[in-house]
Design a protein around this ligand. Structure first.
Ligand SMILES: [Mg+2]
Length: 261
């Protein structure tokens, strides 16, 4: 993949490469726990990390899985920046850690409420600093959805939380921004990057492109790389400087980056 945009990235003194995981470094799979990086990905990330100031994977997934699959040496931001990898150990990121106690209280209260409501099949997911209320597997999903929506509304107003989701589950989050935008901005500024690139395939990657716009306004050289698939959102493709075909195209791009540096 030859491109002026990539030349500018590689030519910068302090360059950062940020990558999504699912659909970017791994093929999309039906069962999320069965995703794996393409075979050469861990090695390529390791090699690139020696030449770039920052190489980081930023995902909505739990960081534990990603550490397992990519190795302890890769910089990983999980749950949209709530978790990070420190030498193979997953810890809450600084801004998430401040809410750990509150969210554990919310989780206990949600668990108690669900037990009282008697909703068989409802699952409360512990995402450490977030709480998932899953109604998809409930015996009566419609009834469960209604009850959990009410519960989510009550808890979020009581504790000042943010609510997300709605299709398969509701999610309660602390009232701070967890997004790829926040991770890219903070990390790029913290590392004084002069150039930054993001590679992603999905709607949740658009905020990372927003981060690059903000960095560019501050004089940083930026490259937006979109992974094309049948489900790629048009906005992501339109805003991309470089479009690559599927995760295999990303691997090819990583290889050419290595040859360029
Ligand atoms: Mg993705």
């Amino acid at each position: 993949v030859a491109s002026v945009a990539l030349d500018r990235l590689v030519g910068a003194d302090r360059a950062g490469l940020f990558l999504d995981f699912d659909g970017t470094l791994s093929e999309i799979v039906r069962i999320p726990s069965e995703a794996r990086p393409l075979p050469d990905v861990p090695e390529l990330l390791d090699l690139l990390d020696r030449r770039f100031a920052v190489v980081a994977v930023v995902s909505g997934r739990s960081a534990v899985e990603l550490v397992d699959w990519l190795g302890p040496g890769v910089e990983i931001w999980g749950v949209h920046g709530a978790e990070r990898n420190v030498d193979g150990r997953v810890v809450l990121s600084d801004h998430a850690a401040r809410y750990a106690e509150l969210m554990s209280r919310v989780r206990d209260e949600a668990t108690e409420a669900v037990a009282m409501l008697d909703l068989p099949g409802v699952v409360i997911e512990d995402k450490r600093v977030m709480v998932g209320l899953h109604f998809r597997a409930a015996e009566d999903p419609d009834e469960a959805k209604r009850a959990l929506e009410e519960l989510a509304a009550r808890l979020s107003s009581k504790y000042g939380l943010t609510r997300a989701g709605g299709r398969l589950a509701f999610e309660l989050r602390p009232p701070i921004e967890f997004s790829k935008r926040r991770v890219v901005l903070d990390r790029a500024r913290g590392a004084h990057l002069q150039a930054a690139a993001f590679v992603g395939d999905d709607r949740v990657d658009i905020p990372a492109f927003d981060a690059l716009d903000e960095l560019e306004a501050g004089g940083v050289t930026t490259v937006r790389i979109a992974v094309n698939s049948t489900e790629a959102p048009p906005e992501l493709l339109e805003r991309a400087d470089v479009v690559v075909p599927g995760p295999a195209g990303v691997v090819k791009l990583l290889r050419s980056l290595l040859e360029m540096v």
